[in-house]
Design a protein. Structure first.
Length: 219
């Protein structure tokens, strides 16, 4: 219309902050969002249980490894790592750093089997596949992430973490849901896990169908 001017604004950078904004830098540091990959630790490793809130000196290094092993990481994941009571973690600890991390979540152990249970991913999927509600009653651990420093991979550290989990887990079975890629499937088969289900549709985040593996601890 006459008398009005049109002003065009173009977004050239997908940023929520100004360049070098101190508040953004503070939040990134607080949530460990820009944690660099630590140097590769050297020497032998020992597998041990880890409680992040009691061993903060290892938190930054271990979290950097966990981020590197997963295509999606949010600040909420760090909050869960620090606060969730239903989790178990193991470290592959070398003399000069952390070589690997395993993060598992407790599932099942429910007296009743409601139609939808939040947070019991593997147990609920097994119930859906079999029609057997007892999958939600059985106690299990789902491996949500396992990470080994890139320069220490191929040394059996990941397998050692899983073997320690098997030895200490006082549950009925272990499970893991991962991308159905040949290398990952071969790794879990090597650990003695059985492929229970392979999805048909690609995962929205990874672009690859998911696979569900189970290891029975009662046999």
């Amino acid at each position: 219309p006459p008398g009005r001017q049109l002003k065009v604004l173009v977004l050239n950078h997908s940023r929520r902050w100004a360049a070098n904004d101190p508040l953004e830098q503070w939040l990134d540091a607080l949530c460990l969002l820009q944690t660099p990959q630590p140097p590769a630790p050297t020497g032998e490793v020992a597998i041990q249980r880890w409680q992040p809130h009691r061993a903060e000196h290892t938190l930054q290094t271990a979290w950097a490894l966990l981020q590197s092993a997963h295509y999606q990481t949010r600040p909420a994941d760090l909050m869960q790592l620090l606060d969730r009571p239903d989790q178990r973690l193991w470290l592959a600890q070398a003399a000069d750093g952390v070589a690997g991390v395993l993060w598992a979540l407790e599932e099942g152990g429910l007296r009743q089997a409601p139609a939808h249970v939040r947070g019991h991913l593997a147990a609920q999927r097994l119930r859906q596949l079999s029609g057997d509600d007892t999958w939600l009653q059985r106690r299990s651990l789902r491996i949500t992430r396992i990470a080994v420093h890139p320069q220490r991979q191929g040394e059996g550290i990941g397998s050692a973490l899983i073997e320690q989990l098997k030895a200490e887990a006082d549950v009925d079975f272990l499970s893991v849901s991962c991308a159905a890629e040949p290398t990952l499937c071969a790794f879990w088969h090597k650990q003695g896990f059985r492929l229970i289900h392979r999805g048909e549709k690609p995962n929205r985040a990874s672009g690859v169908p998911s696979a569900l593996f189970v290891y029975d601890l009662r046999t």
